[in-house]
Ligand binder design. Sequence first.
Ligand SMILES: [Mg+2]
Ligand SMILES: [Zn+2]
Length: 190
Amino acid sequence: MKLPCVFFDRDGTLNEDVGYLDRLERLVLFPDCIDAVRLLKRAGYLITVVTNQSGVAQGLYDEHTVREIHRHMAARFEAGRANIDGFYYCPHLVDAPVAAYRRACECRKPLPGLVRQAERDLDIDVARSFVVGDRWRDIEMGRAVGARTLLVRTGYGRTEEARPPAGIAPDIVVDNVAQAVVWILQRDRG
Ligand SMILES: [Mg+2]
Ligand SMILES: [Zn+2]
């Protein structure tokens, strides 16, 4: 049976947005994010991280670094009994300085390619899923795939909230991932 998933943006949502996260030492997870994921897992959700990493296309860091950061995050969450089921990232940019990543891809948010990859890998019920992120492009992606969407006020969230684009609205705006999980679990029961 297909399972619903909570798709989390990474930078500004699960961890502090430090500009371009170009080395593991700069990774700072937000308090409560591991607890939040554990509660969702317990309620039967798959958990994925979907993140634009155009720093790769810009030559600021390489895919090895992205994967190292994801392995580290996976271990931290696993140690908190909050396993993340998959990490998906887009390393591309249409006008990338690094030729190997110069591409009009399908996976750079707001396009839904990362959700589609996860959906295939994990047999996700996207219509019963949620997207949590701090940027309008996260919300736009979530709406494009028919998921429910939550804008968090961490990262760029407050700035984004103050400048809503025409035609895109989240289902709800919450302060952080802990509040996001409370809302999701209430919806789930209701
Ligand atoms: Mg973000
Ligand atoms: Zn891409």
